[in-house]
Design a protein around this ligand. Structure first.
Ligand code: AMP
Ligand code: MN
Ligand code: MN
Length: 321
């Protein structure tokens, strides 16, 4: 990894303009890593473009620099992807930038699509990697950068609750606080607050909650969104409600999407590796948390996903659907 870091540093030093991208349906680590790296590079005098193909979710508007996020970018000397497991997840238009020069990510499913790949599946968040890499890459972490990176750390660990949180990660969070990052605000904005619509939307899914042994699942329909006025196409974090249930060894949420697609989220407690399951369906993620966007009707996708999920629970090797 040392040679990669040195190469990355040289590429950054040589670039006058840098375009940074993160993944579609951005989460707190996508936004925090994008902004943290972008602000650190901008204060070095680089001309920085920060790009989220799906735009900035409103809950992250409190973050410094978030006004500058664009949905596309022009040409740049250096193209960087953060928190993005595949090139497709950047959501770039076909005529967008060709190659990704620098790929910084913590997903075990990362396809190593960069010219330089800095991948650490043991990191709790890409923001954690960036904090560790700041020194070696020659970047300064000021209060604004620290706030963005702490947001990535707090959201990807669901408030330091995931099993990969170590004393080292907590020390990192403490260091980010010492640099001025406001933990309680980051926690509240990043994880706690949500619109009333979201709770009503949860209600639709919870009313249809199903369970079969250790498998607990729920689906959300386009009609649920129309009825409750929930504006997003996501599950409003329903997966985190369901995966907390005692019975849920494996939790699944299926969300009907436009154009005949279904978004599936898996969460496991214990030894089940759901990233493998997600990859069977063209998605990816981490061992305890993964997702996929699957073509088909809600009914069809639900039955295929449940069959594969049962196989995982029963310990049989997964079959490609
Ligand atoms: P989600 O269920 O969408 O919250 O995603 C859980 C984890 O899986 C996150 O780390 C995502 O980055 C990853 N993930 C979700 N959807 C996909 C996908 N379509 N392809 C690759 N990774 C995904
Ligand atoms: Mn992410
Ligand atoms: Mn992440």
């Amino acid at each position: 990894l040392k040679t990669e870091v040195a190469a990355a540093r040289a590429r950054i030093q040589a670039a006058a303009s840098i375009a940074i991208f993160s993944h579609i349906r951005p989460d707190g680590d996508a936004v925090g890593s994008l902004l943290g790296l972008g602000l650190a590079l901008a204060s070095q005098g680089k001309q920085v473009a920060m790009v989220l193909a799906d735009g900035l979710p409103s809950r992250f508007r409190f973050l410094p620099g978030s006004d500058a996020i664009r949905t596309r970018a022009g040409a740049a000397d250096l193209t960087v992807a953060v928190d993005c497991s595949t090139r497709e997840r950047l959501g770039l238009p076909p005529n967008g930038p060709g190659g990704v020069d620098l790929n910084i990510d913590h997903h075990i499913s990362n396809t190593r699509f960069g010219a330089i790949d800095l991948i650490d599946p043991e990191a709790t968040a890409t923001a954690e990697m960036l904090f560790a890499l700041a020194g070696p890459l020659g970047l300064t972490v000021d209060t604004q950068v620290a706030t963005c990176l702490l947001t990535g750390l707090v959201t990807d660990t669901i408030g330091f609750r995931t099993s990969n949180v170590t004393p080292r990660v907590l020390r990192m969070a403490a260091e980010l606080m010492e640099l001025g990052a406001p933990l309680s605000e980051v926690y509240d904005r990043g994880l706690n607050r949500r619109p009333l619509h979201a709770a009503r939307y949860w209600g639709c899914g919870l009313a249809r909650l199903e369970r079969e042994d250790g498998l607990v699942w729920a689906c959300l329909t386009a009609e649920d969104r129309a009825r409750t006025g929930y504006p997003g196409l996501d599950d409003a974090d329903l997966i985190n409600v369901i995966s907390a249930l005692d019975e849920a060894e494996l939790a699944v949420v299926l969300v009907e999407q436009p154009a005949g697609m279904v978004k599936v989220s898996w969460r496991s407690r214990g030894p089940l590796d759901v990233s493998r399951l997600a990859r069977e369906f063209g998605g990816g993620g981490h061992e305890p948390a993964a997702g996929a966007m699957i073509e088909g009707t809600l009914e069809g996708v639900t039955s295929a996903v449940l069959a594969a999920s049962r196989r995982l629970i029963q310990g049989a090797p997964g079959k490609t659907p």
